[in-house]
Structure formats: C-alpha cells, structure tokens
Design a protein around this ligand. Structure first.
Ligand SMILES: [Zn+2]
Length: 376
C-alpha cells in the first residue's frame, strides 16, 4: 500500500488572526522520468464535487503502481469554501474585490523571449529544468517581494500555483452551475481528452486570462512557439513539452455524490495510466461518443426578458434548430398578454449547462451551448 504525506499549507490570515489553511496530500512515485501531477479542487466555493473526487483518488492511489509524483489539494480556497449566504454557497468571486477567484494566477509573457535567446541551443533537459525554475521564481518573487502587497486572492492563487508549476500535468476540478460534465482542454492536447470519461470537450487556444489551467500550459505553449520562430522545433505534448492542464467540470455545484466521484476518479486514473503516471492497465477509458468544439463556439445564451424559467433542453444531446431551450413564465401578462415565451436557436447545438435559478432578469445567462461540434 502506498503511503501519502499530509501537510497543512498556510495561505493567508483572517481579520481575527485565524490562519487560512489548505491540506496538501502527496504521493511519491518510483520513477523519476515519469510525469508528475497536481490536482486541486474547490477554488470556487460552491463547486464541491472535486473534494469527493480527491477522496476517492486518495483511496484508489494507495493501491496503484505509482510511477510519477502526485499532489492533491482539496478545499483549495478556504475563503470561497466558507462563503455562505443563507442556504447557498457563493464563492465564485472575491467578495471584497469582485474578481473571479480563478482569474488571479500569474503569467508574464515577457519572460519568454529572453529565455529563448539565452537557451536557444540548450539540451531539452536543461530547457525543462531552467524554464520550470524561472516560472517558480516568478511566483516566488510575487509572494516574497511585492512592495505593495498582494490581494487575498493572489496570495492564495500564487501559493497553489507554486505547487502546480512543479508538476507536468495539472487538473483543476470545478463544476458548472447546473451542468453536464465537460472538460476544458488545450487545443494541442485534444488526443488526451478521450482518456477521460467525459462526453464533452471544449478546446481552448493559447490565451492567458488568469485561470489555473492557462497559467500552467500557456507558458510552455508560448515557449514552444518562440523556439519554433527561431527554427528549433518541439512538439507540445511530447518530450520537454509534455505539459498538459485541464479544467475538469464535474457536473453541478452545491452537491457531492460519492458514487459519481468514484466514477470521476476512475476517469482520472484512466488518463494518468495513459500518461504513465501510474502503471495499472485496468484503468481504461469507457466507450462513449465524445464531442468536442472550440472555445469560440462555446456560446452563452442570454435571456431576452425577465421571468421564471422552465429549462427544457437536456444536457449533452444535440438539440435541433428551432427546438425550444426554455419557456419563460410571465404571470404579470396572464389574462391580457402572453404568459409563456419560448426561446430557441437557429442552429443545432449541444446544451452543456444552465443557470442555477428559475428566476432571471433580462440578460441573465440562461444556457451555455456547444455549436459546430464534432466527434472526438
Ligand atoms: Zn469553477
């Protein structure tokens, strides 16, 4: 049975002096050449299923043939996790600054060019080591030497990022509001998406917008492109550049299901087996039809009116053009107007998630749907 270590990482302090802490579990693999992995959950407060998945992973990994190192961090954001209002967990945005908790990670693209100039002819090993050190020192500098201080969210994010940069593979476990499972996957890693038991994949470009997945794959993608511009060709996903990061959307917020979490954990083990992080051939992807589409084709549908929404469109199934996604009830119009309004689209789409409440204002995001999708 594999042993894991457990540490408590301090990520900030509350007004009363109480320490904000995050548990960090780690397994050591036996093969230095194998890819290493970082998995975190619950950066957004209401998105709790990932904690249950980490529980199941800890249970299963103790009996795996571990090759690479694996670090697991549940409750990654202790403020968001405890941010309740009435019956609900909020925790998508820092309540003080209003900034999305998953937009505070760091990447400064200006470090790429000088690095490539300095290490143009270096060995692959040296490039990998030195660039990883550079990314770590960038985050370290932010944490230790910010003259003007850091926001609470940056302080949490950078400490998580310091762990993530030490790994080759990063899985950030989230959920949608009311949602089907889906995977955000860098475009170059499309082939890896079929090792997860997730039916829908959104392929994302090399644009850094502050999220954990981007903060850990964009630097390497940009580095690879900078080398290519100077005539040295590497392939993303291979050799030095075997760096993959995913945001794994595990379903709906505000709920855990330990049985589903077991399935989600098996899905992650199937991917880790494919990557050689574990050597357990029993973990294989399930047979299923997997659809993918590009981020530009992952569209939000905003409500044309206020009202009470009956969400009609089923997740994950192609919805024909003209079929209604929702019907909106307007009791103020009953008797002297239209009490029911149907909303449909002029193209076939796959509905992925919808808003968590039935009552919406005009302009509330009703559904997110995948257009121009294709089979993986
Ligand atoms: Zn999230």
């Amino acid at each position: 049975m594999n042993k894991f270590s457990k540490e408590v990482m301090s990520v900030g302090e509350m007004a009363s002096g109480t320490k904000l802490t995050v548990p960090v579990y780690a397994f050591k693999g036996k093969n230095n050449a194998a890819a290493s992995v970082y998995i975190q959950a619950n950066m957004h407060g209401a998105e709790v299923q990932g904690n249950a998945v980490i529980f199941q992973l800890l249970e299963l990994l103790q009996h795996c043939n571990l090759q690479g190192n694996i670090t697991l961090v549940p409750y990654a954001n202790p403020i968001a996790c405890n941010h309740k209002n009435g019956e609900y967990t909020l925790g998508r945005f820092d309540p003080i600054t209003g900034v999305n908790w998953n937009r505070m990670y760091h990447f400064d693209e200006s470090v790429i060019e000088p690095f490539v100039q300095q290490y143009l002819d270096a060995s692959e090993e040296e490039i990998k080591d030195k660039f990883q050190q550079l990314l770590l020192s960038e985050v370290e500098n932010k944490l230790k030497h910010s003259t003007w201080g850091l926001t609470t969210g940056q302080c949490i994010a950078y400490q998580l990022q310091r762990l993530a940069h030490q790994a080759d593979i990063v899985l950030d476990l989230h959920t949608g509001p009311i949602s089907s499972k889906h995977l955000y996957c860098p475009e170059y890693a499309q082939a890896s998406a079929k090792y997860f038991d997730i039916e829908h994949t959104i392929l994302i470009p090399n644009d850094f917008d502050g999220a954990m997945d981007e903060a850990t794959f964009c630097p390497w993608w940009s580095l690879q492109q900078a080398y290519e511009n100077l005539g040295r060709k590497f392939t993303m996903g291979q050799g030095v550049f075997n760096k993959e990061s995913f945001t794994v959307e595990l379903g709906s917020q505000e709920q855990i299901d330990l049985d589903v979490a077991k399935q989600d954990a098996l899905s992650i083990l199937s991917y880790l087996q494919y990557q050689g992080v574990i050597d357990n051939k029993q973990y294989q992807p399930q047979k299923m039809t997997r659809y993918a589409g590009y981020l530009k084709d992952y569209k939000a549908l905003y409500s044309p009116m206020g009202g009470m929404v009956d969400y009609l469109a089923e997740f994950g199934k192609p919805l024909a053009a003209g079929e209604p996604l929702v019907r909106i009830l307007r009791m103020d119009n009953y008797g002297d107007g239209d009490a029911l309004h149907y909303v449909s689209l002029e193209q076939e789409v796959i509905p992925i998630l919808h808003f968590a409440s039935a009552s919406v204002n005009q302009g509330t995001e009703l559904y997110k749907v995948l257009c121009n999708y294709f089979e993986l």
